[in-house]
Design a protein around this ligand. Structure first.
Ligand code: ADP
Ligand code: MG
Ligand code: ZN
Length: 276
């Protein structure tokens, strides 16, 4: 067998300080919901934020961001991202709107991701958030090998099926030597609006226990809330309402933890670089 080519060294995106991947083992656990609300909350907290929808097969970012226009393409295929709620974003759902599926194999996914990273006019950003597809497949690998990710956030619900796949995602990031910024437990406790009792629809506590087991931070629990689902479906994510709004609050707490984590990681990397 011919020797396997060394992976190409990762290359920065000029102007972008931190690249933050939001991943999970399983679909439907709330990656896009977390990515969108996190992006809006971080922007609200004063960061320059971009959001790249890396889920080519199920691109839900335009729906949740409430904007779907064909992006402008300038000379040399430079693509203008859309801007909404203080966040610049790009998605395959803008280039291939409607219900037509994108049916692609690995190499095409790889080149689409390269175009989204390199040809989109992101400008100066503190943080570019990547909303990954579920699982441990081509796209995550392709991204990890082409750009220097500052870190990854793993989203899981507290159910055992979600946690089982979440552990695979954690193992993938650790094997790829990508810093795990932490685990988020989404669809955590639901509070009955009538009697205000807490109901653990998908169980409770598994996210934190998993973070502990892997020796990574726990970034918090996000409650299961009808307003969050409505916000996503209506293109008006809860974070847009600002920190004072009850449903938005946990996303602002998350945003602060993520900002702290990526800034600390960048400082640590700088110190290592100076020492080397
Ligand atoms: N905390 C939450 N409370 C209520 N609904 C949620 C919550 N998180 C996600 N959802 C809903 O669950 C569905 C799946 O979420 P989504 O973000 O698309 O997951 P993924 O990107 O992991 O596939 C969406 O309809 C979304 O609105
Ligand atoms: Mg998604
Ligand atoms: Zn009740």
């Amino acid at each position: 067998m011919p020797p396997r080519p060394e992976p190409a060294p990762t290359q920065n995106i000029p102007g972008v300080r931190h690249l933050i991947a939001v991943g999970s083992g399983k679909g439907g656990v709330g990656k896009t919901t977390v990515a969108v609300n996190l992006a809006v909350a971080m922007a609200e907290l004063g960061r320059m934020v971009g959001l790249l929808d890396a889920d080519v097969y199920g691109p839900n970012v335009p729906l949740m961001m409430g904007k779907r226009e064909m992006p402008q393409v300038h000379e040399q295929n430079r693509i203008e991202p859309l801007s909404q709620y203080g966040v610049r974003f790009m998605s395959m759902g803008l280039l291939n709107p409607g219900d037509k599926p994108t049916i692609w194999r690995g190499p095409m996914l790889h080149s689409a991701m390269q175009q989204f990273l390199r040809n989109v006019i992101w400008g100066d950003l503190d943080d570019l958030i990547l909303d990954l597809p579920p699982g441990t497949g081509d796209i995550a690998l392709s991204l990890a090998q082409s750009v220097p990710l500052s870190g990854a956030i793993v989203v899981t619900t507290p159910s055992d099926v979600s946690l089982e796949d979440g552990r695979k995602a954690l193992n993938m990031f650790q094997q790829l030597k990508i810093r795990v910024l932490g685990v988020v437990e989404n669809m955590s406790t639901f509070q009955c609006p009538h009697c205000h009792h807490d109901i653990d629809i998908f169980s409770h506590g598994g996210g934190e226990a998993t973070a502990e087991k892997f020796g990574v931070p726990f970034l918090g629990a996000l409650p299961l809330l009808p307003a969050v689902r409505v916000g996503g479906d209506s293109g008006h994510p809860v974070a847009v309402e600002g920190e004072a709004s009850e449903p938005a609050k946990p996303y602002f707490d998350l945003a602060r933890r993520v900002i702290e984590a990526v800034d600390a990681a960048a400082t640590a990397d700088d110190i290592l670089r100076v020492r080397a």
